[in-house]
Ligand binder design. Structure first.
Ligand code: 13P
Ligand code: SF4
Length: 328
């Protein structure tokens, strides 16, 4: 799911979107950055793509497009704006650049990484290919361009099963998230060889947490991201990408719900559904949290930090991302 947000609203209207999350005394601190970002977006002819894990002040006020990794990649491929600001982590900005080599793609903090992306290198993938000749390699979009370049196709949490099955192979290598690979393997007859990468946010959830939620909050609906351990996914009520979880809440409107994922996601979805009760355990992604209103403002003022990818890597990495978009 992805959503287009109207940002040409007076600041007071924007505040109404977040007033249940941001207290009135905090708004005057945020409003000047928001006003400046909205003005700079017009001057630079820029679009801001924001991931579902961005904080509500970014997600509900300055973002033009919000969504999961798949939606952000699709929108990056579609936009006609010459400047893209990626409010998310580095692999997301790289994916946007791969799909828009001629455009300027800015990431407000170059250090916004990902424990999955840093768990594997291009050299590791070459070794894997050597040890499993002829087995196609599916790389999760949470990887560097160098890893994508060594892969046959990419996938996201929103299309992993579809991509694995579309290859028509008996066995595939799926990297680097061991849990996403094992969770996908349960849904398909394709044999999946996994890597040992983990998301530092989702690996912290346990099946014990789920039992505690059920005991403490009767009737609660439990949704989980497929980067969670398989025993968590086995005991939850629904597992899906960040967009799939938001869509599930909108469709089923559970009276009480918990999202086992990064905590800003619950804040953002809760603001859209004031009548539902969200139980909110908080596992923060420190990489996503590096993006702030003030560094988005600075990115647009200084046109920094420009994402660049070595052309030889970019051509092969782009092919893997484009193949995913074509298949999915
Ligand atoms: P989604 O593609 O589901 O938004 O997930 C991205 C991510 O980084 C989850 O941790
Ligand atoms: Fe990476 Fe996990 Fe953060 Fe997502 S939540 S960006 S997978 S570390």
């Amino acid at each position: 799911m992805q959503d287009t947000l109207e940002t040409a609203l007076p600041l007071s209207d924007l505040y109404r979107r977040v007033e249940r999350h941001i207290p009135p005394f905090e708004w005057p601190i945020l409003a000047p950055d928001i006003a400046r970002i909205l003005a700079l977006k017009g001057q630079r002819n820029a679009v801001i793509l924001a991931h579902n894990y961005q904080t509500p002040d970014i997600f509900h006020t300055v973002a033009d497009i919000v969504g999961d990794s798949l939606a952000l990649a699709r929108e990056a491929a579609r936009t006609d704006k010459p400047v893209i600001v990626l409010a998310g982590v580095h692999f997301m900005a790289e994916t946007a650049k791969l799909l828009n080599p001629e455009k300027t793609v800015l990431i407000p903090d170059l250090e916004a990484g990902c424990s999955l992306a840093s768990s594997i290198t291009g050299a590791d993938v070459r070794l894997l290919r050597q040890s499993h000749p002829g087995v196609p390699i599916v790389s999760y979009v949470n990887t560097s361009a160098a890893v994508k370049a060594e892969s046959d196709v990419c996938c996201t949490s929103g299309n992993a099963k579809k991509i694995v099955e579309a290859l028509g192979a008996k066995t595939v290598i799926m990297l680097p998230d061991e849990y996403l690979a094992r969770n996908t393997a349960k849904e398909t007859t394709v044999e999946i060889i996994a890597w040992k990468g983990r998301c530092e946010v989702h690996e912290r959830f346990s099946a014990e947490d789920i039992r505690e939620f059920r005991a403490r909050y009767p009737g609660i609906l439990i949704l989980a991201h497929p980067e969670c351990p398989p025993e968590v996914v086995a005991e939850c009520d629904f597992a899906g990408s960040t967009a799939a979880m938001a869509g599930y809440v909108g469709k089923h409107r559970p009276a009480r719900v918990v999202l086992l994922t990064e905590c800003s996601m619950s804040d953002n979805v809760a603001l859209q559904h004031p009548d539902l009760e969200f139980v909110r355990p908080c596992n923060l992604c420190p990489h996503m949290k590096r993006i702030t209103l003030s560094n988005i403002r600075r990115a647009l003022e200084r046109m920094e930090h420009k994402v660049e990818i070595e052309p030889q890597i970019a051509a092969r990495a782009r092919a893997a991302v484009e193949r995913m978009l074509a298949l999915g």
